[in-house]
Ligand binder design. Structure first.
Ligand code: MTE
Ligand code: MO
Length: 347
């Protein structure tokens, strides 16, 4: 990967633009902006001077409209964090589910910088009726299920909205956000699937009822086969094998199997490798204890003898969540996290 000026994202759709990161080929801890996956429901909004104002109103003591200049002058919060689309790997569900047929590249990671939403809310105050915080983006359009124009809008429970690492971000990897990733201001909710991180923030409203917009109550809901629907929130424990690639032919001898593992809740505690899906051995974790929202790199030394193999990998997090052999099927195809596999031939 020498020439990072020639991006080759994997195109899923152009209008709206949905493109995957070539995640298996990127060794980076910080994925450059032009390699960050793109996930949009509508065409890009026009960026005008009004985009540099952020009004907060509703169940607040005092409504305030913040200027971009004010926002960047507050003490900043900076962290490296990953963003994974809830539809990542949807193409692997069996039976198939509707929606963008993502492979494993709807995930990226970089350094986000912004102001804690809780700092802005401490300027407005909250009424005792405040229950959720609603975020609306500047992008809008028609969905297939309605003739009305709707914006991309989602809410967060108050507790998540007030977490100090829930930020109104204005920088990615030390540069202002790019237009396609939400310039000038976007929400970043570390630990949650990407849909929570609303781009191109237009306004924030504190509400006293559960928000039921279509991107909250129709989409981003797990509809399992036998149990009641429930909302998509935090990122599941998950991993990928970056080397060797699926269907590769390798020489016998020493190989380092490697990849990344992540979880939206707690840390990665183990990554295990198996060649039969029954017997597992621990991989070595290259742990990064100062960056709780990042993926963990792992490695496994393999002395490979001639033959054909299926390599399995599974991660476990500190909340005791472990990747299942088969994904949790749900009608809209969210949260796929079955153990990844790589089939290889050793000659
Ligand atoms: N305004 C707005 N925000 C949005 C979306 C969108 O379509 N419009 N897509 C969401 C989804 S589903 C994901 S996965 C992330 C993707 O962020 P990215 O395009 O910067 O990778 O943005 C989220 N925020
Ligand atoms: Mo997403």
């Amino acid at each position: 990967m020498d020439d990072l000026n020639k991006p080759f994202l994997i195109t899923k759709s152009l209008y709206p633009e949905n493109q995957e990161t070539p995640i298996k080929f990127l060794p980076h801890h910080l994925i450059p902006t032009n390699y960050h996956f793109k996930r949009n429901h509508f065409n890009y909004p026009k960026i005008l001077t009004q985009n540099f104002l952020l009004p907060i109103s509703g169940e607040v003591v005092k409504s305030v409209t913040f200027y971009f200049n004010q926002i960047i002058n507050f003490p900043a919060t900076t962290f490296t964090g990953l963003l994974e689309c809830a539809g990542n790997n949807r193409s692997k569900f069996d039976p198939k589910t509707f929606g963008e047929q993502w492979e494993e590249g709807a995930i990226s990671q970089g350094r986000w910088r912004g102001v804690s939403l809780s700092k802005l809310l401490s300027q407005t105050g909250l009424t005792t009726d405040a229950k959720e915080v609603l975020f609306e983006g500047y992008d809008f359009g028609k969905r297939e299920d309605s003739d009305n124009y709707v914006p991309f809008a989602r809410s967060l429970p108050l507790k998540i909205a007030l977490h100090p690492d829930t930020i109104i971000a204005y920088e990615y990897n030390d540069k202002l956000l790019s237009i396609k990733h939400g310039f000038p201001l976007r929400l970043i909710v570390p630990g949650w699937y990407g849909m929570a991180s609303v781009k191109w923030l237009k306004k924030i409203t504190v509400i006293n009822y559960p928000f039921t917009g279509p991107f909250q109550a129709i989409d981003y809901v797990y509809y399992p086969k036998d149990i009641e629907p429930f909302p998509v929130t935090t990122t599941n424990v998950n991993s990928i094998i970056q080397y060797p690639l699926n269907y590769s032919i390798l020489d016998a001898g020493n190989h380092t199997i490697e990849g990344i593992a992540w979880s939206g809740e707690g840390d990665i505690t183990t990554v295990e490798i198996s060649f039969d899906g029954l017997h597992w051995s621990n991989a070595v974790l290259l742990k990064n204890t100062t960056e709780p929202y990042t993926w963990t790199k792992w490695k496994y030394q393999w002395n490979a003898l001639e033959g054909e193999y299926t390599i399995f990998c599974r991660a476990t997090d500190s909340k005791g969540r472990r990747q299942p052999m088969n994904a949790f099927w749900n009608k809209k195809g969210y949260g796929y996290n079955a153990t990844p596999k790589a089939h290889v031939k050793i000659t």
